[in-house]
Design a binder for this molecule. Structure first.
Ligand SMILES: Nc1ncnc2c1ncn2[C@@H]1O[C@H](COP(=O)(O)OP(=O)(O)O)[C@@H](O)[C@H]1O
Ligand SMILES: O=C(O)[C@H](O)[C@@H](O)[C@H](O)[C@H](O)COP(=O)(O)O
Length: 141
């Protein structure tokens, strides 16, 4: 990404499998977990929730399957226009991702849709409003 080359499935899938394993471990130990992740495609979000079963390409650690705990995941889709997000990235300092890569991320994005368990919140809202909406949703579930 630092060289202006977007990640592809081969780059992302092992990382998503690792994130799934971490989520599973923390949920199994009774924690409530928040994960910030771009997870642009439905398949990526399926890997986060279901591990290798959620993906066409498989995670390597198949023995984790046997230990799988029930994991409920609420996807919070922070949605915004290309213009708003690009404007924020252009102001951001010291991040490895060049703002030029944002176009490919918008092209790759598959917004969550039923039957995924998700809510969509506009990034036009301020952070306090976004957090309040997430908390309200979690209390109702
Ligand atoms: N709701 C918001 N309102 C205003 N600025 C925001 C909001 N959410 C994120 N930003 C800003 O947009 C930039 C990118 O946000 P984000 O993708 O969340 O950052 P990161 O990936 O670095 O955690 C950051 O500089 C952040 O401060
Ligand atoms: O804040 C940002 O600039 C992005 O969120 C950035 O962190 C990117 O999303 C990840 O590095 C994963 O890359 P992909 O979104 O291309 O998988």
């Amino acid at each position: 990404m630092g060289k202006g080359i977007p990640l592809d499935d081969q780059d992302r899938i092992p990382w998503l499998c690792n994130l799934h394993d971490i989520l599973l471990r923390d949920v199994a130990s009774g924690q409530h977990v928040v994960l910030a992740c771009s997870a642009l495609k439905k398949m990526y979000r399926d890997i986060l929730t279901q591990g290798k079963d959620g993906a066409a390409l498989k995670c390597e650690e198949s023995e984790k399957e046997a230990k799988r705990a029930e994991m409920q995941l609420l996807v919070v889709h922070l949605s915004g226009s290309f213009e708003v997000i690009s404007g924020r990235l252009l102001k951001r300092k010291g991040h490895f991702m060049p703002p030029e890569l944002l176009r490919s991320q918008f092209e790759t994005l598959e917004p969550p849709a039923a039957p995924e368990n998700f809510i969509q919140i506009s990034v036009d809202k301020n952070v306090s409003e976004i957090i309040a909406k997430i908390m309200e949703t979690l209390k109702m579930k």
